[in-house]
Design a binder for this molecule. Structure first.
Ligand code: ADE
Length: 224
């Protein structure tokens, strides 16, 4: 999978060099490139923002650098993703959908967002999705893009070593994941649930299912 990220803070994405995503990049499974939006400015101050038409607080990102950057980045198969608190909600279902794509381009806005004409222009020419990480406001799209890239790329075949570990996770079956335990069997007088030491695989599967349901009922009844 090819992923391009356009941002005014390329350094934010240095962490994508480490861990499973770093390894996937080394192994050529993920072709991930980070671009500085200011490389497509032409003035001495490398200006990317201006005051909003109609007035109001904050600054809006100018369309011209975005246009030049995205013209270069977007090919016929690319899906442009614009992280925004005003977008559709990012979910595990959307992560699975995006993991099927060949080329994702993330346009990370700062300030009060990107001039709407950029989104309108590329919506006419190709596929664009505005996506929100959740119902809260971040300082820009970078952290949201990073979370989406991690959620999506771990679903790309070969990125996570043992694909079975992807199956029983929270949200994969619409429920929250059951609690997990490892050795030692007693820690600070707290015992591992006896059923998990029983060797009875059927009973263990049933217990885990019950725990998932109970957790989901308590913490996220909206999922049921
Ligand atoms: N940019 C600012 N807040 C955001 C959010 N909640 N999701 C995606 N992008 C954002």
């Amino acid at each position: 999978m090819r992923i391009d990220i356009v941002t005014i803070f390329p350094g934010f994405f240095d962490v994508l060099d480490v861990s499973l995503i770093g390894k996937a990049r080394e192994r050529g499974i993920l072709d991930l490139r980070v671009h500085d939006l200011r490389d497509w400015t032409h003035d001495r101050h490398r200006t990317v923002d201006d005051t909003p038409y109609g007035g109001g607080a904050g600054m809006v990102m100018k369309p011209e650098p975005w246009g030049e950057a995205l013209d270069q980045m977007l090919d016929d198969e690319a899906l442009l993703i614009v992280p925004s608190p005003a977008g559709e909600r990012f979910t595990q279902r959307l992560a699975r959908e995006l993991a099927e794509e060949a080329h994702l381009v993330f346009a990370c806005g700062r300030y009060e967002g990107i001039d709407q004409r950029v989104i309108d222009h590329y919506s006419e020419r190709g596929r664009v999705r505005s996506v929100s990480l959740g119902d809260y406001v971040l300082n820009g799209g970078e952290v949201a893009a990073m979370a989406m890239i991690e959620a999506v790329s771990r679903l790309v075949p070969g990125v996570v070593g043992n694909p079975e570990s992807l199956v029983e996770e929270s949200h994969e079956d619409g429920l929250l994941e059951y609690p997990s335990y490892t050795k030692p069997p007693v820690w600070r007088e707290l015992e591992v649930p006896a059923i998990l030491l029983s060797g009875n695989h059927g009973a263990i599967a049933q217990w885990r299912r019950d725990q998932s349901l109970e957790r989901t009922h308590e913490r996220r009844p909206d999922l049921l």
